[in-house]
Design a protein around this ligand. Structure first.
Ligand code: NI
Length: 257
């Protein structure tokens, strides 16, 4: 039983072999996947996939890359989607100062607006952040998510992780924790309490070792569990079960699913 808490199975890279990807993941013990939206169409697609497949759950939201395209109509539609069954989180939202595809002032404004919408909808948030550690921290301190949140593909410092956990965040680890240069991320995973850790693939991106560079898929979340188990000196099964339980808590599935 493993929960891949962040994937993009609506990506066209799976259009040829989606059913095979799903079958492989089931036989590898991956029992749940959260499909995460980045814009309105992918959020709608995530909800659709959650309706079609029992193992898929949805997160909806506007990624900072697409912040400049959001309008009042976008928010109205997302609020309706938020009420659909199996919608567990608002995301991915945040700041991306690496690619800067939307102006930073708009990224900030749209990020804050979505934290407030998530609060209104009663959903935890899923944060995407690149090269914007300090700015994200300032925003979540000033506008704390009421239902907590997940910091997706965590790459920050241990100092920042402590602040985030105090605000109710879970740290989600992806492929980069398996990479050779991942010293800081491994250190954070080492310090973080096991009951605050989630695992994810971010499929089709961020493929873990030993397949780095190829297309990712939920089955490979086993490599992340393996790494967390190794860092924490736990049996694989315990790391799988604990991260699954953590996901059940932050995504509040006992009440909703
Ligand atoms: Ni993602």
């Amino acid at each position: 039983m493993i929960w891949d808490t962040h994937a993009h199975l609506d990506d066209p890279l799976y259009s040829e072999d989606f059913e095979e990807v799903a079958a492989r993941m089931k036989s590898a013990g991956i029992s749940r996947v959260t499909n995460v939206g980045c814009d309105l169409p992918s959020s709608e697609r995530s909800v659709q996939l959650a309706q079609e497949y029992d193992f898929i759950y949805a997160a909806i939201g506007i990624h900072p890359h697409y912040a400049k395209g959001a309008t009042d109509e976008t928010w109205a539609k997302l609020l309706l989607l938020a009420k659909q069954p199996k919608v567990l989180a608002w995301g991915e939202i945040g700041l991306d100062y690496y690619r800067d595809l939307s102006p930073r002032s708009i990224q900030k404004q749209i990020f804050i607006q979505q934290i407030m919408l998530a609060n209104e909808a009663g959903l935890p948030i899923v944060i995407h952040e690149r090269d914007a550690h300090q700015a994200v921290l300032e925003i979540v301190k000033a506008h704390p998510p009421k239902s907590g949140g997940v910091f997706h593909c965590y790459s920050g410092s241990w100092e920042m992780a402590k602040v985030l956990m105090n605000l109710g965040f879970y740290l989600s680890f992806a492929g980069p924790v398996t990479y050779k240069n991942a010293r800081q991320t491994v250190e954070v995973a080492g310090h973080a309490p096991i009951d605050r850790i989630l695992v994810e693939t971010d499929s089709p991106y961020l493929t873990p070792e030993p397949r780095r560079g190829k297309r990712n898929e939920p089955t490979y979340v086993r490599e992340i569990v393996k790494k967390i188990a190794e860092i924490k000196n736990l049996p694989f099964e315990d790391a799988a079960l604990q991260t699954m339980r953590n996901a059940e808590i932050i995504f509040n599935t006992r009440h909703k699913v």
